[in-house]
Design a protein around this ligand. Structure first.
Ligand code: WT7
Length: 658
């Protein structure tokens, strides 16, 4: 254990020293082929970020008008602190994702390989996608929607969702994608906060063979959304819908006679591109604002670096466009890089639990990006589903959204990656616009559970409670010391909250809200959210380390660790555990306590272990430790539960109480 003497540092109890270097064969072909190359690039950018981004910005984006100032950053007096990138330039995100490739002679390349949940498919080239986007952009214009107007999007994962996003970007409308699982109430809140003038939806969506009535939910939301004047409806499922003439339009009819010529609007670099509401773990959701040039460049560059993308790759990110991962790594990043992307509409277990492996096999996917919550489900479902399919096309595997427990990492590495594919554990946030820390797969040897090193242009600093920088293996608050092009530009309608949340605690540095430590090799380990730290007998412990120790036991599928008030220790360690197949028993409970004690020490040994069938998660798959903390303390769950995936989980957890 690291010396805990440092005031306010978080102890680490994790012992993970496995190291997986990329194969010589992989590195030989990689964009960044060695650690020395990575270090040289990182140092070059750190020494003069402005010079680096000036060059990359000019070379890699299309400009209607060149920018005159690379970065405007008045630190740290300005309130609120907002960086501006590529000032004075004019570009367009949709142009960079479409027209640019056509102009460069790559228009016939496949942009989207779409697989519907019921098995219907579509292949769409860049030329075809461009046509669809232009027609749709003209349809938006025909309703009077203009540059700067906000447009909500509430759709299933169909090509039209990507078309709607790019259509908005093309004319300078600001999209706000709302995940298709949110309630009418959540949609209305977001419409109202953004002042949306229109909403784009579908009659319904397929989910595990059932029909989710999206239009009906939107109808409900629009009763409380006075700013929304238009509702565009895609006919996906052929469901009967209620119709409000003068407000509702079928996508098909609106685009039928629209021209497929719609030149992209030259947008200021800093013109808003989209708002995305994050499931803030407390309080009302925050509308994170991203702008045109910096975001587009950051999502493109990070996609190319982290996935080592090259021509001929088939890339699949399983995220929904309702989340930032779907913005940056389904839509903008890969399309700006001219990639061929699989888009899948449905659930991973429909019609059976091998649907993902079937898709990888069918499309010869080479780059695959998914979330730890999915990986833990695959492990629970068993290897037989994987063994039925040929996954030998894969060459890079990605993970995002939560820390990946080392044992889940090992399974992903062995079972999906055939021990040959580098795993890129990517740490980032809605706010950061794109990946911030991740292995570069040809350059950086991986350690299970570590997001390894910062990307070029990212300067992390770990700060303790009194504001000093932490030493090796001391956990503290993760901050970023210099602006980067993809960073958020604010919280929509709430500059005070923006300043308060990200810039007030550690002056001059972006506060990520996560704790992290950096080991003696310069590898970063995310330790969970700042608010989730456990304080046991004066030792501050990280949730992920205790959870990973539990997940390394063969009976455990998932685990969530929280603190509950304890008279003597300050906090006791309470854990909630889901099991793979083993039945819950007192013996297993004792065994798990011993297991944690053996793996990471007596200090972290759980005081309470509760077995449960499911853990409460946000709709994007993150464990909601805040709710569990209340349950562990015997309180009613308080605060915002609008992002909770399944309310019944809460009820069943209470029943599971001893
Ligand atoms: C929070 C951001 C990043 C896009 C999807 C989620 C956690 C994310 C990792 C990772 C450990 C991670 C952090 C972060 N997180 N990736 N690789 N290792 N933790 O975006 O909803 O804005 O959530 O997710 O706590 O702050 P988000």
């Amino acid at each position: 254990m690291a010396d805990a003497a440092r005031l306010g540092a978080i102890d680490t109890v994790m012992h993970e020293d496995r190291l997986f270097p990329p194969s010589a064969e992989f590195s030989a072909k990689a964009r960044i082929p060695s650690l020395a190359d990575y270090e040289a690039l990182w140092n070059e950018v750190a020494a003069d970020p402005v010079a680096f981004w000036e060059k990359v910005g000019r070379e890699e984006l299309h400009w209607f008008e060149p920018f005159t100032e690379t970065l405007r950053w008045d630190e740290p007096q300005s309130q609120p602190q907002v960086a501006e990138w590529f000032v004075g330039g004019k570009t367009n995100a949709s142009y960079n994702c479409l027209d640019k490739h056509i102009a460069e002679g790559n228009g016939d390349r496949i942009a989207l390989l779409w697989e519907g949940e019921p098995g219907d498919t579509r292949r769409i080239s860049y030329v075809q996608l461009h046509k669809h986007v232009c027609k749709f952009a003209n349809a938006l214009k025909s309703l009077g929607i203009q540059k700067g107007d906000r447009v909500s999007i509430y759709m299933p994962m169909v090509p039209e969702l990507v078309i709607a996003m790019l259509g908005c970007a093309r004319i300078g409308a600001v999209h706000s994608v709302i995940f298709g699982g949110f309630s009418a109430e959540a949609i209305a809140d977001r419409n109202n906060d953004a002042g949306a003038v229109a909403i784009i939806t579908a009659d319904a969506a397929w989910r595990r063979g059932k029909v989710l009535p999206l239009k009906q939910t939107v109808d409900e939301a629009l009763k409380k959304s006075p700013t929304v004047k238009h509702c565009i409806v895609l006919d996906r499922v052929n469901e009967a819908v209620h119709w409000t003439p003068g407000r509702d339009y079928w996508w098909r009819e609106l685009t039928r006679n629209a021209s497929d010529d719609c030149p992209a609007e030259p947008m200021d670099s800093e013109a808003p591109l989209f708002i995305l509401y994050t499931s803030g773990s407390t309080g009302k959701p925050k509308g994170i604002l991203h702008t045109t040039a910096g975001y587009t460049l950051w999502s493109k560059k990070t996609f190319e670096w982290v996935f080592d993308h090259r021509e001929g790759d088939v890339y699949w990110c399983t995220a929904d466009c309702g989340w930032i991962t779907g913005h940056s790594y389904v839509t903008y990043g890969p399309l700006a890089a001219g990639a061929t992307c699989v888009l899948y509409e449905g659930a991973p277990d429909y019609p059976d639990k091998d649907r993902f492996w079937e898709i990888i096999d069918k499309y010869n996917v080479t780059l695959f990006y998914t979330a730890p919550t999915a990986i833990r489900a695959f492990i629970k479902w068993g290897d037989d589903y994987v063994d039925k399919h040929d996954l030998s096309s894969l060459r890079v595997l990605g993970s995002v959204g939560e820390g990946i427990n080392p044992e889940a990492w090992m399974w992903y590495h062995r079972k999906i990656g055939g021990e040959r594919c580098p795993i890129v554990d990517t740490w980032w946030q809605t706010e950061t616009g794109g990946i911030m820390m991740s292995p570069l797969p040809g350059a950086i040897a991986t350690k299970p559970g570590s997001c390894t090193k910062p990307l070029p242009g990212v300067i992390p600093k770990i700060i303790d409670e009194v504001g000093d920088e932490c030493g090796p293996d001391q956990g503290g608050m993760l901050t970023i010391a210099h602006p980067w092009p993809g960073m958020l530009r604010g919280i929509w309608n709430d500059p005070e909250r923006y300043q308060e949340v990200y810039w007030s605690k550690v002056p001059g540095k972006y506060l990520a809200g996560d704790n992290a430590r950096c080991d003696k090799d310069g590898y970063y380990w995310i330790m969970g959210r700042i608010d989730d730290v456990l304080n046991v007998s004066g030792h501050r412990l990280s949730t992920i380390e205790i959870e990973s120790a539990l997940v390394s036991h063969p009976a455990v599928a998932e685990a969530a660790a929280v603190g509950r008030p304890h008279e003597l220790k300050g906090e006791a360690v309470a854990v909630f555990v889901t099991l793979k197949n083993a039945p819950p028993s007192d013996e297993l409970r004792d065994e798990l306590k011993k297991h944690v004690r053996k793996e990471i020490g007596a200090l972290a040994q759980p005081d309470d272990i509760r077995f449960t069938n499911t853990l409460p998660k946000t709709r994007s798959g993150k464990i909601m430790r805040r709710l569990l903390r209340d349950i562990a303390a015997g309180k009613e769950a308080v605060g915002d539960t609008s992002t909770l995936e399944d309310y019944s989980v809460l009820a069943s957890l209470r029943q599971d109480e001893e």
